[in-house]
Write a protein that binds this ligand. Structure first.
Ligand code: ADP
Ligand code: MG
Ligand code: MG
Length: 881
């Protein structure tokens, strides 16, 4: 077994393909080395050794110790320097890196190998006293923090003392003597906090650092990050030990991060930031305000060109946008990291579409480059244009992550989590954020920081989360739970609005506007449709996999059409009844004393329903519309307060007391399993008959206007064949009557919802009387699991926390259990009728993993809420691919 992989001198044992073992960082360092890109030499300890470290009770095997030391010697001879040498010491960084990048979550230590002797050696060999002591103080700080857990602020305090004494603001203003002094203070601090002297043996330092990096795999923030990002099944972190190069060598040295395109918009432009005479994370940590990468062109055109060439090469090689770290030592460029850049949803789409037109990737590949989650981000709101015209920004920062958000100010991540738990919308407002804050960032609507640049922690994390973020808003002074902007004070709980796209901050709660589909997005989604419909059809000789929507009104239906829905998979008729006028007539119908009174009310309802349906058919011209007959228990519609009861009693011509009795008689102990769905149809066939008539009349009316209509009448909650048989009889009778009367020709279907577990077991029988099945997976999940949909909040979160459940089964279809019933139902249904049309209309229809399941199970379409239609289009295409 090989435990350690070397890279250096133009050759590497590893490669980019070995991310699982070497981590993204180690694998790409190896790859870049082989490509001949200037990378300091080093070696990578595999992630498997991290796994073993934990298995052995936080110890390393003798074999590993031996192999690491061998590689260390190889590194020493490659560089021609020795660790801890008192004349010319080798210094290394010890870096974490997992297979999936987790920026800032784990630890890295720089300048390892320095001690009281080696620091003199470094001074001599580089002829740079300041560099030597600057590196030593950084090392003690990082080692003390990462290995021994001394809070970083404690070191900051010592630094501030020295700065104060010297009366300077920035660390670059400290000279070698100041730094020497600082090293003394740091060592004293180290001793005070750990009761040990700062370790002088470089090998001892090395192993402590390696173990600390292994240990950082399981620090709380890393665990939380993996949870939030659903990262599972990794071995652990690899550890790369890399020879140091010095960005803090002087004014012709520096360090920076850059992207081959703009990670926020996807625009093809070189993008990045750097700082001269700085090391490691100074840029990201926002210690000084970094410079734009384009400034480097004026400063050192040749070096800039080298960097441009490298980024072009890397992007071409990896065939994707790169995020790179580099260091300049005495005018020479070194690359320290490259990876596929994290990006916003908008950037993901633009880069994918652009790379197709540049001929770098195929359309199919482009479709795999955007995750459904990223696509969802593009549908983030903006401040309503009409509102925006009227208001003036109170401050402007960097537009670090697009989208608009409005919420109440909180000043700490913990508070963000607390307020969020109380159901409040919060904006996290901080001087800067750090990896400890990700829990709070995750629940915040948006993030505002007063310091830091476009590559600061807040900016990077917010972009990944698809959240609006304004960084480096200098006008905002944030101290002691207060934010002051130009003299105006904002307290915790005050409302503000952020526009992450422009970087503007607004006072108060502004109206937001939902986004629309255009430009690259249209192109991208059309490719998704092409794959989903055409290539699939062509290759399998089958009909495409459709994406429909759940919509109850013509407005929702229109929005869904704009988002690309190909019909309605679920139109819930009862939602129409909740309008002011209709609910009154509907109530009259429910409480009717006799059949005649009920008929009178139904006659009034019919034209109203018919009108609604006409509107929907018009919008869905040419596409099928599945309409579900009345589903919820009747008592949901009855009035609750006395005034309404009095009014209704008057209309119904009965006493208030009689009405109250009637209402009481409708009460059910367990309404979700009670008198609802087809059971209402059986007991009050005239209700279903009225609805069927309204649908058919609407269809005829629309058809006469030239609209192509395909009504699909759906009977809910069927569990027994007789239920369906009887209701189908009623609906058919009404439909034939209407068609005879109007002489219209309508291609209509009658089908059923499959949502009672029994229905899946007798699906072969049901298929004799159904032209289509639609799986109502909300109820099917509720009834199969026996989890009340409305009460899962009280126990499912704990189930998830304890790992009993991986996901909420109402959000992600439970493929293992409920999935079996669905497959059974489909199989049995198609045994009876090979061409049975089958879809899903539960909330799962827009959730990517569930969409994939539906496709594999052989459904003809999924149906979901309008806003999820584009996500379903992409998920469906990705399933087909
Ligand atoms: P992270 O994963 O948090 O980015 P890294 O291991 O990439 O951590 O390192 C942190 C910082 O230190 C980065 O800016 C990186 O470029 C810099 N760095 C790491 N190793 C070296 C080295 N050998 N020489 C100079 N800078 C280094
Ligand atoms: Mg890095
Ligand atoms: Mg249902």
């Amino acid at each position: 077994e090989k435990r350690v992989y070397f890279f250096g001198g133009g050759q590497a044992e590893g490669s980019a393909k070995m991310k699982d073992l070497l981590g993204g960082k180690g694998a790409n360092l190896a790859e870049m080395t082989s490509l001949g890109i200037p990378v300091p030499p080093g070696f990578t300890i595999t992630a498997k050794m991290c796994e073993q470290y934990y298995k052995n009770g936080r110890k390393n095997s003798d074999d590993l110790v031996e192999e690491v030391e061998e590689h260390l010697h190889r590194l020493e001879s490659t560089v021609g320097k020795k660790l801890g040498d008192k004349d010319s010491p080798l210094l290394v960084s010890v870096r974490s890196g997992a297979a999936v990048s987790m920026p800032g979550m784990m630890d890295t230590i720089l300048n390892l190998g320095l001690n009281d002797e080696a620091v003199i050696g470094l001074q001599k060999s580089t002829n740079n006293e300041r560099l030597a002591w600057d590196s030593y103080r950084r090392f003690i700080n990082m080692f003390g923090n990462v290995v021994m857990g001394i809070p970083h602020e404690e070191f900051e305090k010592e630094m501030d003392k020295v700065k104060y004494k010297k009366n300077v603001e920035e660390d670059v203003d400290l000279d070698a003597n100041d730094l020497k002094e600082l090293v003394k203070l740091y060592k004293a601090l180290y001793k005070k906090q750990t009761h040990e002297d700062f370790p002088q043996d470089p090998l001892d330092q090395l192993w402590k650092a390696i173990n600390a990096v292994f240990g950082s795999w399981n620090n709380p923030k890393a665990i939380k990050y993996r949870k939030i990002n659903d990262i599972k099944d990794l071995l652990g972190t690899a550890v790369s030990v890399v020879a140091m190069v010095f960005g803090n060598f002087g004014d012709d040295s520096g360090t920076g991060v850059c992207f081959s395109r703009d990670p926020s918009t996807g625009e093809k432009m070189f993008y990045g930031e750097y700082l001269m005479n700085a090391q490691g994370e100074d840029v990201v940590a926002g210690i000084r305000t970094p410079k734009r990468i384009t400034t480097l062109q004026d400063q050192d055109p040749k070096l800039f060109q080298t960097l441009v060439d490298v980024k072009d090469r890397l992007e071409k090689h990896y065939r994707d946008m790169q995020d790179m770290e580099f260091t300049i030592q005495e005018g020479k460029l070194y690359l320290l990291q490259t990876r596929n850049a994290k990006r916003t949803g908008a950037a993901a789409i633009k880069v994918a579409v652009d790379m197709v037109s540049e001929g770098v990737i195929s359309k199919e590949e482009a479709l795999t480059r955007v995750t459904p989650l990223q696509l969802e981000q593009v549908f983030h709101p903006a401040i309503h244009p009409a509102t925006k015209k009227k208001v003036k920004a109170i401050a402007k920062g960097l537009n670090a992550s697009p989208g608009a958000a409005t919420g109440q100010i909180v000043f700490s991540a913990d508070e963000a989590e607390e307020w969020h738990a109380e159901g409040k919308k919060v904006l996290l407002v901080r001087p800067e954020t750090s990896p400890e804050d990700i829990g709070g960032m995750d629940v915040a609507e948006g993030i505002l920081t007063s310091t830091g640049g476009m590559t600061s922690h807040a900016a990077v994390v917010a972009r990944g989360m698809g959240k609006p973020c304004i960084a480096g808003c200098k006008e905002a002074q944030i101290v002691n739970k207060k934010m002051v902007i130009k003299g105006q004070e904002f307290k915790e709980g005050d409302w503000i609005t952020l526009d992450g796209a422009s970087g503007e901050v607004f006072e108060g709660k502004l109206e937001l506007k939902e986004p629309e589909i255009k430009g690259e997005l249209t192109t991208f989604l059309s490719w998704a449709d092409e794959v989903r419909i055409h290539s699939y059809r062509a290759s399998k000789g089958l009909k495409g996999f459709g994406v429909r929507t759940n919509a109850d009104t013509s407005t929702d239906a229109q929005r869904a059409r704009d988002f690309g829905a190909e019909g309605i998979g679920l139109c819930r008729t009862e939602h129409m009844f909740f309008e002011e006028e209709k609910i009154k007539i509907f109530r009259e119908m429910i409480v009717a004393a006799d059949d005649e009174a009920r008929k009178k009310a139904l006659d009034k309802l019919l034209p109203l329903q018919q009108k609604d349906f006409v509107g929907i058919f018009e919008v869905m011209n040419g596409f099928p519309v599945t309409i579900r007959l009345l589903d919820p228990p009747l008592h949901e519609f009855v009035p609750k307060d006395d005034d309404q009861i009095k009014e209704l009693a008057k209309i119904a011509g009965i006493s208030a007391q009689a009405l109250k009795n009637k209402i009481r008689s409708l009460h059910e102990e367990n309404p979700m399993l009670g008198h609802r769905g087809v059971r209402l149809g059986i007991t009050f066939p005239e209700i279903y008959r009225m609805q069927a008539e309204a649908i058919m009349r609407a269809a005829c009316e629309a058809a006469l206007k030239g609209v192509q209509v395909y009504p699909e009448i759906m009977i809910p909650l069927v569990g027994h064949i007789r239920e369906l048989e009887i209701m189908r009889g009623h609906v058919e009778e009404v439909a034939k009557k209407v068609l005879q009367e109007t002489k219209a020709k309508i291609d209509y279907k009658i089908g059923t919802m499959i949502e009672v577990p029994r229905a899946t077991l007798v699906a072969d029988e049901l298929a004799h009387h159904a032209d289509f099945f639609s799986f109502g997976t909300n109820d099917l999940t509720q009834m199969t699991y026996g989890f009340s949909r409305d009460d899962v909040g009280s126990f499912v979160p704990q189930y998830i926390q304890e790992g009993i459940l991986e996901d909420d089964p109402f959000a992600k279809l439970d493929q293992e259990g409920i999935g079996q019933l669905i497959e059974l139902g489909i199989g049995k249904g198609r045994d009876t009728n090979k061409y049975l049309k089958i879809g899903i209309c539960g909330e799962h229809g827009g959730e990517p993993s569930s969409v994939d399941f539906c496709y594999r199970a052989g459904m003809n379409y999924v149906s979901c809420s309008p806003f999820r239609v584009p996500v379903a289009r992409l998920s469906a295409a990705q399933s087909v691919l």
